[in-house]
Design a protein around this ligand. Structure first.
Ligand SMILES: Cc1ncc(COP(=O)(O)O)c(C=O)c1O
Length: 459
């Protein structure tokens, strides 16, 4: 079948036919994967720098996970969670809860990130409603941020351009400035920015009336929307204090950051800021199976079950094959200490990226934690000016990366108003040698882009 190479096949075709043509020219057709590598139909090999979609923590072809799913499917393929129970469900949630620690004894499973975000917010709404706090509906999130692509999660996502298309249909939540460390929204330092953003949260709650505010939701380490932004530690203690003061739930969207930051949850880096609810998804299924999870305390879940219960579900929630796959993913994580690997090799990779930054005129910032890192590109390191939109530096770097054996993913956030970057999130099974190879290739890729810009007299 060679129709994937046709511009417009007569019928069918790959998913990218739905995307903007400008962004899909020259996409490789992947035919094979092995460990951290994917291979196209021309025999080219790429390091999967972005782990699929910041999700393929175990890389490609993990036998233990695939075998667990196959064996579960042969034993018991499916039964519906509304009318029966099954052991793979309980086995997985026990593992997740044990890794998440005290305060996260209950785990609600769904089919992916956006669905889990919705489940978390709906759970909190149902809990508040059942307890008589019926006015609590308002959600506060960060600008920029990402919480999903369903109509509800588009409304909570911090994207300045989303309202023009989706405004009349999605209900847009309230936004406060994200505490961006490289481009602080207040003052000049990361700490100033974080203190200012926490103060903005308090001001927003007062403006809306605490009795109306259900939750504040944030990514403890930003994903693609901020390029692995890590707020200053003061932000965490401050948002916990503010949420406690006004009776607002604190939700961590750890759909990307769980398993990647060097601890199971990024929340574990901040013992004085335990969220009320945590959501995870990508690393849990590691791309082998679509899954998401929402974790809360036994106290809250059991209390709600005694009142009205949280009676929402989707067909594929907690299905046995998915549960068996995700349990095997977590067993691999634990047995191979891949979370420790993320901490150790994340430091090595970050040091290599810092070295690239020191020698490159266009790498303005390197940030992130564990194996959740990003490189931000600027036209001028002093002023932090971004490249113009017609250059679209991060995407041009992605294209040059393909020629250098790298599968990168670029983001120019809100037309470059928040900057542009490549996220560097390789599979957690990466080795030290492979990190050096990745960094060398990225250095060559960025240098080739700089040469192009010098020739075009942009630099
Ligand atoms: C932080 C964050 N939240 C939510 C989502 C939505 O997850 P999904 O694409 O599985 O619906 C994503 C996806 O990239 C994400 O990065």
């Amino acid at each position: 079948m060679d129709s994937l190479n046709l511009e417009r096949p007569p019928r069918g075709g790959a998913q990218d036919l739905f995307y903007s043509k400008a962004n899909t020219r020259g996409l490789p057709t992947i035919v094979r994967g092995e460990g951290i590598y994917i291979f196209d139909d021309r025999g080219n090999r790429f390091i999967d720098v972005i782990s699929g979609a910041m999700a393929a923590s175990l890389g490609q072809g993990n036998e233990r996970v695939l075998k667990a799913m196959y064996e579960q499917g042969m034993k018991h393929t499916f039964s519906y969670v509304r009318v029966s129970r099954h052991l793979p469900n309980a086995a997985l949630t026990e593992r997740v809860s044990r890794l998440a620690g005290a305060g996260f004894e209950r785990v609600h499973l769904s089919s992916g990130g956006s669905e889990s975000v919705e489940m978390a917010i709906k759970f909190l709404r149902q809990y508040s409603y059942a307890k008589g706090n019926k006015d609590k509906t308002r959600i506060i999130t960060l600008m920029p941020s990402y919480h999903g692509g369903t109509l509800a999660t588009i409304g909570w996502t911090g994207d300045e351009d989303a309202a023009s298309v989706w405004g009349p249909m999605a209900v847009f939540g309230e936004k406060i400035p994200a505490p961006l460390s490289y481009r602080p929204p207040f003052g000049t330092t990361s700490e100033d920015g974080s203190r200012g953003a926490a103060a903005a949260l308090e001001a927003k709650i007062i403006e809306l009336g605490a009795e109306n505010v259900l939750a504040f939701m944030m990514e403890p380490i930003g994903g693609q929307s901020t390029g692995a932004n890590v707020p200053h530690p003061i932000f965490f203690s401050e948002v916990r204090r503010v949420c406690d003061k006004y009776g607002v739930f604190l939700v961590f969207d750890e759909i990307v950051s769980a398993c990647r930051s060097g601890k199971f949850l990024a929340a574990h880096h901040y013992p004085d800021c335990k969220p009320d609810v945590v959501i995870t998804a990508k690393g849990l299924g590691a791309t082998y199976t679509p899954i998401g999870a929402m974790m809360a305390s036994a106290e809250m879940v059991d209390e709600l079950a005694d009142l009205t219960g949280f009676n929402l579900s989707h067909t594929y929630n907690a299905n046995p094959i998915t549960c068996a796959g995700a349990a095997a993913v977590l067993d691999e994580m634990v047995d191979r200490d891949l979370i420790g690997n993320a901490a150790m090799l994340g430091e090595k990779l970050k040091a290599r990226l810092e070295g690239i930054k020191d020698n490159s005129p266009i790498v303005g910032d390197v940030r992130g934690q564990g194996l959740m890192l990003a490189v931000e590109y600027v036209r001028d390191k002093m002023s932090k000016e971004v490249f113009s939109g017609d250059i679209y530096a991060s995407d041009r770097i992605r294209q040059i990366g393909v020629e250098n054996g790298l599968m990168l993913y670029s983001r120019r956030q809100n037309g470059g108003r928040y900057g542009e970057w490549s996220v560097v999130c390789p599979p957690l099974i990466i080795t030290e040698d492979q990190i050096d190879d990745l960094a060398n290739r990225l250095e060559r890729t960025i240098a080739a882009f700089v040469d192009e810009m010098v020739r075009a007299k942009v630099l």
